[in-house]
Design a protein around this ligand. Structure first.
Ligand SMILES: [Zn+2]
Length: 274
């Protein structure tokens, strides 16, 4: 027996968009209370597709979605925040695509993370602000996103010995997920040196509000080290995360083959709003 369709209204940020059939688009959107969803915007490639035509990348859209068992359908879409600068300025657009890609990797379909949604929305808005240090903003975003998906790097205690970190040049271990003191660095793996200035800046980024961060002046050398440290860590986290997702999927498939013939359980609970 098919489940009855449910309809809900939601804010949604467009993460990805691809052509689907003759006139439709398949959208990947991120929503505050339903997580990441894939949905078909019917007729959105036709000039007259007014109801679902407002589906540009990185925009925030007010949507009506019909939740189907196989396929969700966007039945209405109204642009609420165009974030124009992200399509008019090449550099801002490139950063927006990185921000969105990272979020895409950090989230699973229908896994709700309202704080992550809010972070994405405010980051897209900040990317549009005049006179913004884009690299600093993106480092701030990376640290917040890591925290919200459970991979906050340890920056105050040694990730191996757990003792408090002294004010001196240190090391960073992607494997241990944080800073490592010179003594323990000798025994650790995947460790690279990190200057005291980089450590202090990362701590600042991790613990302060963006309003305090955005007035910081960071030189090129420091920018490069911040970027290298966080990028190496993120690559490591994503591999771990992707592996664990694979493992969970394998388990799920195994569980399903055990339960052939049984009714699938309904795990999705949606608030109905009309
Ligand atoms: Zn140590």
């Amino acid at each position: 027996m098919p489940r009855p369709e449910r309809i809900f209204r939601t804010d949604a940020i467009i993460l990805r968009r691809q052509d689907f059939g003759e006139a439709d688009r398949l959208l990947t959107v991120f929503t505050p209370h339903h997580g990441k969803l894939k949905a078909i915007a019917k007729g959105s490639r036709k000039p007259a597709g007014r109801t679902t035509g407002h589906v540009e990348l990185y925009t925030r859209v007010r949507m009506m979605i019909s939740y189907g068992r196989e396929l969700h359908v966007v039945s209405q879409a109204e642009l609420s925040e165009p974030y124009l600068a992200l399509r008019e300025d090449l550099e801002r657009g490139a950063y927006a695509s990185y921000v969105v890609e990272l979020l895409d990797h950090f989230s699973e379909i229908e896994e709700v993370n309202t704080a992550l949604y809010n972070l994405l929305d405010v980051t897209l808005a900040r990317l549009c602000e005049p006179k913004v240090d884009l690299r600093l903003l993106v480092r701030f975003y990376e640290l917040k996103a890591l925290e919200l998906v459970g991979f906050q790097p340890a920056l105050f205690n040694c990730a191996i010995g757990q003792e408090k970190i002294e004010a001196q040049d240190q090391f960073f271990s992607v494997q241990e997920g944080g800073v490592v003191c010179p003594l323990h660095a000798r025994s650790g793996k995947f460790i690279s040196p990190m200057s005291l200035t980089t450590l202090k800046t990362l701590r600042y980024l991790q613990t302060r509000d963006y309003d305090v961060i955005k007035v910081l002046r960071v030189d090129d050398m420091l920018h490069l080290e911040l970027e290298r440290t966080l990028q190496n860590y993120i690559v490591h986290v994503l591999e771990r995360r992707l592996k664990s997702v694979d493992f969970i999927r394998r388990l799920r498939r195994l569980a399903q083959t055990d339960q052939v013939g049984q009714e699938p359980t309904d795990t999705a609970e949606f608030e109905e709003k009309r």
